[in-house]
Design a protein around this ligand. Structure first.
Ligand code: HEM
Length: 527
């Protein structure tokens, strides 16, 4: 808290003088220039026009998703090994190699659907986006708190978000639109069972997990690749809210989670998360009942144990909300050597989308902004100019050589590239197809069975409350899906909506839907 008792009055001569952005001292910040005290204003009011026109442009477009968020800074500390097993067997990424090695990080937490000033107690997935400022350049791990997602092909992202966002006509968020879309999207069931349970409203940002969700790869010095999934486990534990808890919180405060995070950091109670990695040999894994590149699935922990690789500590709040929270820009394409993409069909779409939106939302030179710069690595590029370019340092001794190759001295390629040929060989015809192993219901059902009684009650209550606001055919299709997820869930939601299993027995599977043997057996029992 600033001590106001020692401050001067506005008239105190020791205070610094206000200027405009050209450095001109301002001698009157109260009155426009006019003809006479009451008279018309003049048009050459430079200070006034600058002040108002800059104010008119204070906002940049908010993020199309994840608009409400909060950023904090800290460090990631590597463990370097699991017991006796050094990590370089699996990845050559430098930030993981030595025990105790620290890398600066920025972490932005967010909600997804609401606008920039919306409630942080909303039922919504939470974003968990980490920027590692490594010596090899930046690495962004852009995840969420629920571990899975609604859809598995980036083609459907605008549709799922449109269904969740307010109605384009009246700007009301409508369960009828949300479940209309979800009822035609069976792969969303796993996410829905998570989102409408208490996990869908984390108590705050400190008490929630984070997950990379999409499948990535690790690469070692020999070029051997592994499929990996990332998990962030909070040292603080996991806490959630019921609908009623959330209503009470947001009645008094829309930004309770930002407040909680910043108050903890300010009192020195620095939140921590452990980063754990699940691994799988790179390949299709036909022995599994799910596709390892499907982001609507988790990998069973008993078969793929999450291994701890380091911990992240947040110990600093932002100095400027706009510069460091609004303008920070994450993306799934931002990887360093030793980490790689998988062919997950969401990941490729995301990787285009993030930098594309940031060129629009922040500007083409968003990577020159301090919070986005690769501050632990040197940046030398031949990319120049564009709106708001301010980094005028020459990238080399010969500033006029902004092309490559050149014999007159400019930038050259790295002479010692890492292993660039890696991973299994792929073959296939160009096509537009769903992945063959969709298995949309099994993991959603397992998740339902793992819940405690009160969580299941809350889930059923939330589904009934919202789906009762939908058209009857949508209600029936949702009950049909839930019966395939887990009989008990379908029966209970059906009871709340006045729909018996026999009422939906006539429904055919959706067009292009693949059912497993178990799904068919369950369907057979409906009549
Ligand atoms: C933000 C696109 C899926 C996590 C965003 C933004 C876009 C976007 C355009 C706004 C970025 C900005 O303005 O800076 C997409 C697309 C997806 C997808 C096209 C699917 C194809 C996902 C998934 C996750 C996720 C599966 C979770 C694993 C996030 C997070 C942010 C974000 C955490 C906020 C980043 C920040 O705090 O600035 N996404 N997204 N997104 N997305 Fe996605």
């Amino acid at each position: 808290m600033t001590d106001v008792s020692s401050m001067g009055s506005p008239a105190d001569d020791s205070l610094p003088v206000l200027t405009d952005r050209q450095g001109h001292p301002i001698h009157d910040n109260q009155n426009q220039r006019t003809v006479g005290a009451r008279g018309p204003a003049t048009l050459e009011n430079y200070h006034f026009l600058e002040k108002i026109s800059h104010f008119d442009r204070e906002r940049i477009p908010e993020r199309i998703v994840h608009a409400r968020g909060v950023t904090a800074f800290g460090y990631f500390e590597a463990y370097g090994a699991w017991g006796d097993e050094p990590i370089d067997r699996y990845t050559r990424a430098k930030l993981f190699q030595e025990r105790g090695k620290r890398t600066d990080v920025a972490l932005r937490f967010s909600t997804v659907i609401g606008g920039r000033d919306s409630s942080e107690a909303a039922r919504d997935p939470r974003g968990f986006a980490v920027k590692f400022y490594t010596e090899d350049g930046n690495w962004d791990l852009v995840g969420n708190n629920l571990g899975v997602f609604f859809i598995r092909d980036a083609m459907k992202f605008p549709d799922v978000i449109h269904s969740l966002k307010p109605d384009p006509v009246s700007h009301e968020q409508k369960p009828a639109r949300i479940f209309d879309f979800m009822s035609q999207t069976p792969e969303s069931m796993h996410m829905l069972v998570n989102l409408f349970s208490p996990r869908g409203i984390p108590a705050d940002y400190r008490h929630m997990q984070g997950f990379g969700v999409n499948t990535y790869k690790w690469v070692n010095a020999e070029g051997t690749t592994l499929l990996v999934k990332y998990h962030w486990m909070p040292e603080q534990g996991v806490r959630s809210m019921t609908e009623q808890d959330a209503a009470n919180v947001q009645a008094g405060e829309l930004g309770h989670a930002t407040k909680d995070l910043y108050e903890a950091i300010r009192r020195g109670d620095f939140p921590q998360w452990e980063l754990r990695v699940q691994m799988m040999e790179d390949g299709e894994h036909p022995e599994l009942d799910f596709d390892p590149l499907d982001d609507t699935k988790t990998w069973p922990e008993q078969d793929f144990p999450p291994r701890p690789v380091g911990r992240l500590v947040l110990d600093r709040t932002v100095d400027n909300y706009f510069a460091e929270n609004e303008q920070i820009a994450f993306g799934t394409g931002v990887l360093v050597d030793g980490l790689d993409f998988s062919d997950d069909k969401m990941l490729v779409g995301r990787t285009f989308s993030y930098s594309d939106t940031q060129r629009y939302r922040v500007g083409p030179n968003y990577l020159q902004l301090p919070v986005n710069q690769a501050k632990s690595a040197e940046v030398r590029t031949n990319q120049r100019d564009g709106f708001m370019a301010f980094d005028n340092r020459a990238a080399n001794e010969n500033p006029e050589v902004n092309y490559e190759p050149s014999i007159t001295g400019g930038l050259r390629e790295d002479r010692y590239p890492p292993h660039d040929e890696q991973g299994p060989q792929l073959q296939g015809r160009l096509t537009r197809k769903r992945i063959p192993r969709t298995n949309d219901y099994a993991q959603a059902g397992q998740r339902y069975l793992l819940m405690e009684d009160w969580e299941r009650d809350d889930l059923v209550h939330n589904f009934v409350d919202l789906i009762s606001q939908c058209e009857r055919p949508v209600q029936e299709r949702m009950v049909w899906h839930f019966l395939l997820v887990e009989n008990d869930l379908g029966l209970r939601v059906g009871e709340g909506l006045g729909i018996a299993a026999a009422d939906v027995a006539h429904l055919e599977p959706l067009a292009d839907q693949t059912l497993t043997e178990e799904d068919r057996t369950r369907l057979g029992r409906l009549g």
